[in-house]
Design a protein around this ligand. Sequence first.
Ligand code: BG6
Length: 326
Amino acid sequence: MANSAPASSAATQATSVVVLDRGNNTTCTINLHGATVVSWRVNNQEQLFVSKLASFDGKKAIRGGIPFVFPQFGPWSFGPQHGFARVTRWSLEKPPERMHNGDVEAIFSLMDNEFTRSMWNYQFRITYRLILREKELHFHIGVYNPSKDLSFTFNMLLHTYLKVPDVRRCQITGLRGCTFIDKTREGAIYQEGREIVTIGEWTDRIYQHTPQEHVITNVVSGRKMRLHKYNFPDTVIWNPWIDQAREMSDFGDDEFPNMLCVESGHVSSPVILLPGTSFEASQILQIFECPKETEGDIELANKNKSIKNKQVRDGAIWKCFDLEIQ
Ligand code: BG6
């Protein structure tokens, strides 16, 4: 496999990982295998789910974090499911650098090579810029077609695995009125009637023409995550639930309650890129502050000795899941 990372060893693992460190235990770790974001810690709290059975052999896609899906979403007759970008070794174009405001950025890139051309015979260049802010992670993607005469089409998606205490308690906004392709029902198309979408079974849906923003509640520490996207018209919601989880060798049978994939993508229609032109898309993940009323709830619960687990960070109370299920 030309240009894919070699099999893992302590040494190759170490050089395959790039860390953005903003201070205050806020970091983002990117594995060059697929430019997969494998960790995003905010004040030492991990925001992304990575399976305990994930493989880091430099061959298989990493099960969790944020794999980069390109140029195909789903099964592909010319190559692996979800394309080659998540199983190819990327280059570090610009090592992590602190900006004037304290934020840290790094740029990754992927160009066509023997391996990619063996499946998809086009020249391309992707730049992937990540910026780590205090409570935000920014993703800016550019795809360039350097060819003088050939156009190409592609799908792209950021396959974000959010870490959640219990997926059944998560709520997703911004989907009402959107049509969706339900992959659990042979691709039938429906329209979402709910203002707030919750997950209680195997879910695999491509929501189309979604708004630029979704809010997901009850992520780590009972907080909210805002997902803001630009030039990604689709939002895929996925949780394998019990039976599908059992079929994945790199995913624990008991792990499905602790993850929720909310994926910004351009997948239900392809991007068409003419010679000499570029496509750009971006995403921002932002963690909300703990809402004020929650502090009151916590104090009350504390009085009743019903808090099992509470942490104080930077003067704010981080509500823990144990409290929520009282
Ligand atoms: C989701 C797809 O984006 O990714 C699902 O909608 C798929 O159909 C899931 O099962 C995981 O894919 P993979 O290739 O990482 O197992």
